[in-house]
Write a new protein. Structure first.
Length: 495
């Protein structure tokens, strides 16, 4: 038998890594959903040990040699894409020296842990000391990644979540958004001022909400042979493509959030469940990026889920499963899902005000990494921007201002833009779908989503990471990211 060549060695190596990541994903899911409290310490230790093995394997010295050798092999176009993604994964895993990785993990663990209490106490003074340490290490990290990749500091961090995206483009995208979004929010708020106040129906037992959620997942063709729905404190989509685990959290006084949360996670899940099976354990077989992943959940939640047609089909299911909602008029359900109200908290924001929260965070983290502002400046700048974008002041209210998210304490810089890029890609995909299949709205109105799912499967899900993001989006829609579709979508839905 011939000795395997470098490309084959690499493929085998990354397939083995995928098996280890599989165990990491399922045990992490278990930790968040099923595990009794008493199991926490031992599980944390086991996961830390597994992380060490994964890290060692990801940074093994032979990899560099194999990557070099494979470049001169005669590879098919799929293999070339695969090699590109293996190299990217390797570059990201090996970029940082071990002492920085360790310092970062200690600083973020300390900051995140203390933040839980400091946020409740609105204690910015204590929090900023820890955040300062995390941010200092993030700047160091960004500099090292920048030196190795030839990108700028912020671009090098963006590359971890949204490969190929650059600060210069985000400046254009958010700069443009800033010119029309605050005004549009105001117009919509004025328009909705005459809407009747919503009645509270009170009590919706979790078990009834779960049955409703499962019925909606069925309608959205979630594959229950390859996945399940459970409960966790923070909803997520985890697991592996052959076994996707989505979670939600039921609030007994209000079913609408959990229900649309399930629609959102089902969008993530269907992307995972429809990645190409033959590439599934290789980096090239994985979802393209955070922004593209979010585009699929937001396609389900926003483009489809909050459309008039979908809410009309949701309505009988709601009445059927929830005893307390059996007389709920359709107009009320619609109002729940279309209400626009500027608020302090990002995760509670509606479709229209959400991008304002992201724009603010992008501008601040960009300037922090570029050392144009300091951690100490954050509360004041946060307050200014909240006033400018949403007409709300966070002065003296840091717990509902700059202390609300876990991302910065956890050292995640360059992550926030993915949320809004996802919303923009989703609007662009929807526009391209309707252009390619003009009968889509009629079919959706009849409850037939097969054309929608076929389009997503063909253009996004089955494509995994075969193309870089711009090329994926161009092949699907005929052009690269164009935020004009997002604006059109919001105007036509809300005005
Ligand atoms: Zn999501």
């Amino acid at each position: 038998m011939n000795k395997p060549n470098a490309y084959q060695q690499l493929s085998q190596h990354f397939q083995q890594l995928a098996k280890l990541s599989h165990l990491n994903a399922i045990t992490s899911w278990d930790q968040a959903t099923m595990m009794p409290d008493g199991g926490n310490q031992a599980r944390a230790e086991a996961l830390a040990e597994l992380a060490v093995i994964i890290h060692e394997k990801s940074t093994q010295p032979q990899l560099e040699e194999w990557l070099e050798q494979a470049k001169s092999q005669n590879l098919t176009s799929v293999q070339q894409a695969s090699l590109r993604e293996m190299e990217r994964s390797w570059r990201n895993s090996t970029a940082l020296p071990a002492d920085l990785v360790k310092a970062k993990s200690l600083a973020t663990a300390r900051c995140e842990h203390a933040w839980r209490e400091q946020r409740k106490a609105n204690n910015w003074q204590a929090f900023q000391v820890n955040l300062q340490a995390v941010m200092q290490l993030a700047i160091e990290e960004a500099q090292i990644r920048a030196d190795k990749s030839g990108l700028s500091r912020y671009d090098a961090m963006l590359d971890l979540y949204e490969p190929g995206m650059q600060m210069q483009r985000l400046d254009l995208v958010f700069g443009e958004l800033q010119t029309w979004l605050p005004q549009l929010i105001q117009e919509v708020v004025d328009k909705q001022a005459s809407w009747p106040k919503l009645k509270q129906y009170g009590n919706f037992p979790s078990e009834q909400q779960k049955q409703l959620g499962l019925a909606v997942m069925q309608k959205l063709q979630f594959d229950f042979k390859h996945g399940r729905l459970d409960v966790s404190a923070h909803p997520f989509c985890g697991g592996v493509p052959s076994d996707v685990r989505i979670t939600t959290r039921y609030e007994e006084e209000d079913f609408t959030r959990s229900l649309m949360g399930i629609v959102h996670e089902t969008g993530h899940a269907r992307y995972e469940q429809n990645l190409p099976l033959d590439l599934v354990d290789l980096p090239v077989g994985q979802a393209r990026s955070m922004g593209i992943h979010e585009s699929q959940s937001l396609f389900f939640e926003m483009q489809l889920g909050r459309s008039q047609a979908f809410v009309e089909q949701l309505h009988p299911l709601v009445k059927q499963h929830l005893t307390q909602a059996k007389n709920m008029p359709l107009s009320e359900l619609q109002q729940h899902y279309l209400s626009v109200k500027p608020g302090y908290i990002r995760v509670d924001a509606d479709e229209l005000t959400y991008p304002a929260h992201i724009m603010l965070r992008y501008q601040l983290e960009r300037d922090l990494i570029n050392q144009e502002i300091k951690v100490a400046d954050i509360p004041e700048l946060w307050d200014q921007k909240m006033q400018q974008y949403l007409g709300l002041s966070t002065k003296g209210n840091d717990k509902n201002g700059c202390m609300q998210d876990v991302h910065w304490p956890a050292g995640l810089i360059g992550y926030f833009p993915s949320y809004s890029l996802g919303a923009m890609y989703a609007a662009q995909f929807h526009a391209a779908l309707v252009k390619a299949k003009p009968d889509t709205p009629d079919a959706v109105a009849k409850g037939d989503y097969s054309g929608v799912f076929a389009w997503l499967k063909q253009h996004i899900w089955s494509q995994a990471s075969l193309y870089e993001t711009d090329e994926l989006v161009e092949r699907a829609t005929g052009e690269s990211l164009n935020p004009a579709y997002f604006q059109q979508h919001l105007r036509s839905r809300y005005l």
